[in-house]
Ligand binder design. Structure first.
Ligand code: HEC
Length: 235
């Protein structure tokens, strides 16, 4: 059985499916780049530092350095908030006073239940000390992790198994076929696994970067190779 034996209609369906997978993969890279860099457009390959911010820093600080950077009035404010959290995020002292003022002035106009801003975010509210405190944890909370992990793993395996099965029936060398199938699944698994633990072991941030890259490149490569294989004219 070879994928080349499929009829024209099946090949067309497969090709369209693969084009969707390619566009979706590129979209996810664009989305990640925008979220991490705080930029508004273009393809921004995040730096290790930005990935590190997202997965190992307190959520509040990571947001101020990333997606919420445009609302920060002064770069020094990020350090103030970071320092306050580092010293225990206590509800007393000068640092608390400064950090509280920054959060209220720069953030709480959108981040409050009663916000009238068009881009308000009332579900993440910074009106009370207790609400702010829930965003001072380093990296992803277990809640956010498990939410992201199950959505990603269910979603990714669905198209990985389809792409992998198609690739399995191409005419490429068996080692290439086995290798790419293993790296796509392995990369996805280790990528998600390393988000989870980079909060405890900061070095795992490099693994997120490497495995994310491995997953994305093996998916794109499989798609392109399948397309080339099914439309190859046989002599
Ligand atoms: C103009 C309104 C607005 C202002 C001002 C604002 N935010 Fe946000 N914030 C949003 C919206 C909308 C979202 C959800 C969508 C998104 O992530 O862009 C959000 C999401 C967040 C999140 C969760 C997502 C993430 O990036 O991790 C955090 C944390 C956050 N904001 C913190 C802050 C902090 C800290 C400030 C102050 C420096 C701030 N925000 C200022 C509107 C605002």
């Amino acid at each position: 059985m070879s994928i080349q034996q499929l009829n024209f209609q099946a090949k067309t369906a497969i090709s369209l499916f693969l084009l969707f997978v390619i566009v979706a993969t590129i979209s996810s890279i664009i989305l990640l780049g925008l979220e991490l860099s705080g930029e508004k457009k273009g393809i921004n390959i995040p730096t290790i530092g930005q990935v590190q911010n997202k997965y190992t820093m307190p959520t509040l600080v990571a947001a101020m350095k990333g997606g919420m950077y445009e609302y920060v009035s002064d770069d020094a404010d990020i350090n103030t908030v970071n320092q306050w959290i580092k010293e225990g995020a206590k509800k007393e002292g000068e640092l608390y006073g400064d950090a509280w003022k920054i959060i209220q002035q720069d953030c709480a106009n959108c981040h409050s239940k009663s916000s009238k801003m068009s881009k308000a975010m009332p579900s993440i509210s910074f009106e009370t000390y207790e609400q702010v405190l829930t965003h001072t944890q380093a990296g992803y909370s277990w809640l956010k992790m498990s939410k992201q992990a199950h959505i990603h793993m269910f979603g990714i395996t669905t198209f990985l198994i389809l792409t992998g099965l198609m690739f399995a029936y191409t005419s490429y060398h068996p080692i290439l076929r086995t290798g790419l199938i293993l790296t796509s699944f392995g990369g996805a698994f280790l990528d998600i696994f390393s988000w989870w633990f980079s909060k405890f072991i900061p070095e795992l941030v490099y693994l997120i970067f490497a495995m994310g890259g491995l997953m994305v490149s093996s998916i794109l490569l499989m798609c392109l190779l399948i397309l080339a294989d099914i439309w190859k004219t046989r002599d």
